[in-house]
Design a protein around this ligand. Structure first.
Ligand code: GCV
Length: 660
């Protein structure tokens, strides 16, 4: 095994109290998930305590007990873990609940908890907690920054030990669904639902299932044409419907228990119902109806926009597109369709407002999509811990109702009683030895899983757990790495894009500073900067996007005075001389923020260097190199952005720093 096991490699611990439970693992009921739970406990106990635990079937009052129960408060996947006399009990209504309880017990031990403080009841907040891979069948990964795919190579599916280890990593943080292939489904990937691939898919499904994970695939809407030789993919054509019926019946015969499909349609060149004058509800419902008898779901992405839009029309605005397309369809989608919505209306920028579709549609299952692959946030070469951003999104009040109106309430089903809903993240894994390219990027995968399971966890708490599991509990290690992570998103925002404007990256690669780099900028620059100011007017005088929100959000976004400052340039064109609440002019803020961002990276690097004696050398060196690179790159960002706006505005920096 050339690769490492991220947070699933265990440190020796000195918790003496727990030793009394380490006589055997007892199971009253056995299936593949419970076997996985027992295996995980056995290997963790071996590594942590140097004890080999025998595995016994039947009841017991001693040892580690894996117990199936029937308790309403534990829901479908929740657990109750607790010490009881000479036993440590992991109790749940399902095998998955037991597996999650087992991982939590291991985690608490690694975090230094004493046995008497280890009682916990937790039911996952979100029904669906998914990872979306953008892996292509040739082995490349769209927006992948940590090597090649470990699922696909040369148009074949790989089934090896790493698949199981991936399932272990995912399940350890509560993931229960994985989409294997890229949403841009082309060529061989269209054939994934054919005989050629069922055998390997079955095997992957079996491995995933033993870790409580359902397998999903991304689907090409034009499959009836490309695979079935029909001349249409019109969702209302009887011929097309029958073709899908036969095809999807075949899929479920071959892969019983298969989760369902993720679909990107009518976006960035992908086919969809618009070609036939049909709505997205027509497209999604046709597929949903076919797989409903099997308990399958259709996850339909709302990332639908026309990248060829002509912006000279003042009301034309990519940010409006999701809401404009989907809001009128509210209430028309089948019960087993879920709309998957990116956190913001654009595309995973370092700062965006929350998509107005959350709470905008009240009668349609919704799921939040975030991206842990850091496409626009440093591509896993820069540290950018995204959990604080995801927390802000989850805590955003939509005002769709008087209470329970936060994004976390909506996507967890608490607001409208949905059960088909949850959170998905675009994956940041690859076949690099450390899975994530940057060792610290692992915190985003870990954190996404933990947050989707328990949206109440704080970013700091999640960071602390991940550090304990990965690097140990030494206070200096804990403090320095937590500080690095917590500074990283604000720092990245500071040295890249000011006040929510976004998109100042090189076209297509989406990496590195390029103020005019937005690739669909045929009709003028996205940021609308001129000699007097910059920003996009999305008030009613501008594109009207702000009005897509419920009040008071809409009213706040409407005016420069009430708009949250971190989003000022997303919603308004503002003069360089405009005074911000801190008394600085906009231009001075741009200069200062960029210099501060670089200083923050200097601090991050310094804090890492202080850990030289505490971190295993190869990991220490890997992270050191990346942080040194990040520092240089942050300076490049600073200089390019500052000089661009200095030349545009002709207003000098009032601190007289050198701006190139
Ligand atoms: C998978 C952005 C990315 C694309 C990605 C797309 C999407 O445009 O740059 O690589 O395609 O989002 O989310 O579908």
């Amino acid at each position: 095994m050339a690769y490492e096991m991220a947070w699933l490699h265990y440190h020796k611990i000195s918790e003496k109290d727990f030793l009394k439970f380490l006589t055997a693992i007892h199971v009253e009921y056995e299936d593949s998930i419970i076997q996985s739970a027992a295996e995980e406990i056995t290997s963790a106990v071996r590594d942590m305590f140097g004890i080999y635990l025998p595995y016994e079937k039947g009841e017991s009052r001693e040892g580690i007990l894996l117990k199936l129960s029937k308790k309403d408060e534990l829901g479908k996947e929740g657990y109750h873990i607790y010490p009881s006399g000479k036993a440590f009990v992991i109790e749940a209504n399902s095998s998955s609940g037991i597996l999650y309880g087992a991982f939590q017990m291991i985690r608490l031990l690694q975090c230094g908890y004493r046995a008497e403080n280890m009682e916990e009841i937790k039911v996952p907040d979100n029904p669906l907690r998914m990872i979306n891979h953008w892996d292509n069948m040739d082995g490349s990964i769209e927006r992948g920054y940590s090597g090649k795919s470990f699922f696909f190579q040369d148009n074949e599916i790989i089934v090896d030990k790493r698949i199981k280890d991936y399932a272990r990593l995912a399940a350890s943080v509560g993931i229960n669904g994985v989409v294997l292939n890229n949403v841009n489904v082309k060529n061989h990937a269209t054939e994934l639902i054919s005989k050629k691939y069922f055998k390997q898919l079955k095997e992957i499904q079996r491995i995933f299932a033993s870790y409580g994970i359902k397998l999903y695939l991304s689907l090409n809407f034009a499959t009836p044409i490309e695979l079935g030789n029909l001349n249409s993919a019109d969702p209302l054509s009887t011929e097309v419907k029958n073709w899908w019926k036969d095809k999807l019946n075949e899929v479920y015969q071959e892969l019983p228990g298969f989760g369902g499909f993720l679909i990107k349609a009518d976006s960035e060149g992908r086919p969809g119902p618009f070609t036939y004058g049909r709505t997205h509800a027509d497209g999604a419902n046709m597929l949903a109806e076919t797989i409903e008898p099997y308990g399958g779901i259709i996850i339909w992405r709302c990332f639908v926009y026309n990248c060829e839009q002509d912006w000279r029309d003042k009301k034309t605005d990519r940010a409006r597109a999701g809401y404009d397309h989907f809001k009128p369809l509210d209430g028309t989608f089948a019960g087993n369709v879920i709309l998957q919505i990116k956190n913001g209306p654009m595309d995973f920028q370092v700062r965006e407002p929350v998509s107005p579709l959350f709470g905008g549609m009240k009668q349609t299952n919704q799921m939040l999509e975030v991206q842990i692959a850091q496409e626009y946030t440093g591509q896993q070469r820069h540290v950018c811990y995204l959990i604080p951003m995801f927390k802000e999104v989850l805590n955003f009040r939509t005002y769709c109702e008087n209470n329970r109106d936060k994004v976390s309430d909506i996507v967890s089903g608490k607001t409208y009683g949905w059960t088909n809903c949850g959170m998905a993240a675009v994956a940041n894994t690859g076949d690099d030895d450390n899975w994530f390219g940057h060792d610290l990027a692992a915190a985003n995968f870990y954190g996404f899983g933990r947050l989707s399971f328990d949206t109440g966890l704080s970013s700091e708490k999640i960071a602390g757990e991940w550090i304990a599991m990965t690097f140990g509990t030494h206070p200096k290690v804990q403090k320095n790495i937590r500080d690095i992570l917590m500074i990283s998103w604000p720092a990245y925002e500071n040295y890249t894009s000011p006040l929510g404007i976004g998109w100042m990256v090189n076209p297509h690669s989406h990496y590195g500073p390029n103020v005019d780099g937005y690739e669909y900028d045929r009709w003028g620059t996205y940021h609308r900067a001129d000699h007097f100011g910059l920003g996009v007017d999305r008030s009613t005088k501008g594109t009207g996007y702000a009005a897509q929100y419920h009040n008071p959000n809409a009213l706040n976004y409407e005016t420069v005075e009430n708009c949250p400052e971190e989003l000022l340039l997303f919603f308004h064109y503002v003069k360089y001389t405009h005074r911000l609440t801190n008394g600085k002019t906009l231009i001075q803020h741009i200069y200062d923020a960029h210099f501060e961002g670089v200083e923050e990276v200097e601090v991050m690097l310094k804090m890492w260097i202080e850990l030289i004696d505490y971190i295993e050398d190869s990991v220490y060196q890997r992270v050191l190199k990346r942080l040194e690179y990040q520092l240089e790159h942050s300076k490049e960002w600073r200089d390019i952005i500052c000089s661009y706006f200095y030349r545009k505005s002709a207003i000098p920096d009032d601190k007289n720093r050198e701006i190139f």
